[in-house]
Design a protein around this ligand. Structure first.
Ligand SMILES: [Zn+2]
Length: 484
């Protein structure tokens, strides 16, 4: 059985991997990594559109897949970018902006995050059993790690300025006026006066309060608002050198272009103390002309009479207008995420709004069926997939992670390998303390008819270190189900 509604061409990257999470494998093998943190940042400017929710739900699904594939605990770390501009004005012949954090109260920021994102995160956590954390950019820029890393970049400000702002050559460092929170958008009158081991002394000008100074140190010195590329350079360099965590930045596909400049700045600065994170770019959502889905662009085009105002379904731009319950929306969204993750060719590509509408709409009716019978997807290597499909392998072995412990007799498991899938039903669940104990009960040839017990144990122990085996071992006796 193949996915009937989606065909994707091969690409250079899709051709090189079996599964999208394979791009993480080189950073994991022989690295001593003990956990993976998937970071996803979102500008909190009003209603998120579908693209934002898709990146976020894919972060959870990638974390689930990586955990089950590599046997490493994973988290999703969400950062609400409350430094996005809320207001802009023109004064003194210059543009000034004030960020959400300075326009709204802390309670209002919390309410924005709770309303627009937490229902999706909670549903994704329940579905994937991946825990998540929520923080704001404001909290991030307050940390000594972030500020110290920023101060280190100042020694090479001219070199990185060329990368972060290739036209002007000066990277924008916005230090909002301590009296009113407004800052020059392009920071053209912000100057670094002194730089020493203790910190950096800046001067800047406010249209209302005149000249002011900011003495930025690792522990304080006022709010630090960096232009997007600069913020990413500092954030990527500020992970602790000693944590045995692989950090993965999950970003919308349009970032693939911008990271060229981020990487140039990293090269100019030299290797940081800690490891640089890995990045995964998620599918872009495109309008009919191939441009990135954008609320403001669509509104302008409609006002100019270039497109029909209702050409794009409202729910793509504002998920609260989805024609169904919020649960249905989240179900369709995560179903879409699982579909694009089922084959790297579906993942490393873009989707038009028309294609997405069709893919999500076809998933809508299914959500009204009983949730209990929704198959669980389990990616598996080709050699094992073929043995399951041929009916030779009838027992699947897994480490007893929390997500695995929820599988019970009667559940459906859909084993997948690229665009192949094989639907099975669980007939029996076995629980053991060790792999060795498991082979005392389970038939060796039902687990793998092609290898002896000793060979299988050796392979299993090479993959799972003792602290993973200590979680316990689960076996699922499975039987093929004909899709009907
Ligand atoms: Zn001011």
């Amino acid at each position: 059985m193949t996915t009937p509604t989606l065909r994707s061409p091969n690409t250079v990257l899709a051709n090189a991997v079996e599964d999208a999470v394979d791009v993480l494998r080189p950073s994991i093998v022989d690295s001593g990594i003990e956990s993976i943190g998937f970071s996803v940042g979102t500008q909190i400017n009003g209603h998120p559109h579908l693209g934002t929710h898709l990146v976020q739900s894919l972060a959870f699904l990638l974390a689930e897949r990586a955990r089950d594939e590599f046997g490493i605990e994973t988290t999703v770390d969400f950062c609400a970018l409350d430094n996005s501009p809320a207001e802009t004005i023109r004064a003194d012949g210059r543009r000034y902006q004030r960020a959400y954090v300075h326009s709204l109260s802390a309670d209002e920021i919390t309410a924005l995050v709770s309303q627009h994102y937490l229902p999706l995160f909670d549903a994704c956590r329940a579905r994937t059993n991946v825990p998540y954390t929520v923080s704001t950019y404001t909290q991030q820029q307050e940390t000594p790690a972030f500020r110290a890393e920023f101060l280190r970049t100042l020694e090479l400000l001219d070199e990185i300025g060329t990368w972060l702002s290739p036209h002007s050559g000066s990277a924008h460092i916005r230090l909002p006026c301590p009296a009113c929170g407004w800052a020059e958008k392009y920071a053209d009158r912000t100057r670094l006066l002194e730089l020493d081991d203790a910190g950096g002394l800046f001067e800047a000008v406010c249209f209302e309060h005149g000249r002011y100074e900011a003495d930025v140190t690792p522990l304080g010195g006022g709010y630090l608002d960096l232009a997007t590329l600069y913020r990413n350079v500092v954030k990527e360099r500020s992970f602790r050198p000693d944590d045995r965590t692989l950090h993965v930045m999950v970003k919308g596909g349009d970032w693939a272009f911008g990271c060229q400049l981020v990487d140039g700045a990293h090269a100019a600065l030299g290797m940081p103390a800690g490891p640089l994170p890995t990045r995964i770019f998620t599918p872009q959502i495109l309008g009919s002309d191939g441009g990135k889905l954008s609320k403001s662009l669509l509104r302008e085009a409609a006002e100019a009479g270039l497109v029909e105002a209702d050409a794009t379904p409202a729910w793509l731009l504002d998920p609260s207008s989805w024609p169904g319950t919020q649960e249905d929306y989240i179900e369709a969204l995560t179903g879409l995420g699982e579909l694009v993750l089922s084959d790297p060719r579906h993942f490393f590509r873009s989707y038009t709004t028309t294609a997405l509408e069709a893919l999500m709409s076809t998933r809508r009716p299914a959500t009204h069926n009983s949730q209990a019978k929704r198959p669980r997807t389990m990616p598996i290597y080709r050699q094992y997939f073929d043995l399951i499909a041929s009916g030779e392998k009838t027992v699947e072995v897994r480490v007893a992670y929390e997500s695995m412990k929820r599988i019970k007799v009667g559940d459906l498991i859909n084993f997948t390998c690229r665009d192949l899938s094989c639907l099975t039903q669980v007939k029996r669940v076995g629980r053991y303390r060790t792999f060795k104990e498991m082979f005392g009960t389970e038939r060796v040839e039902a687990v793998n008819p092609k290898a002896t017990e000793d060979e299988q144990l050796e392979a299993i122990h090479a993959i799972f270190p003792p602290h993973k085996e200590a979680l316990g071992v689960l076996t699922f006796e499975i039987e093929r189900v004909d899709p009907s």
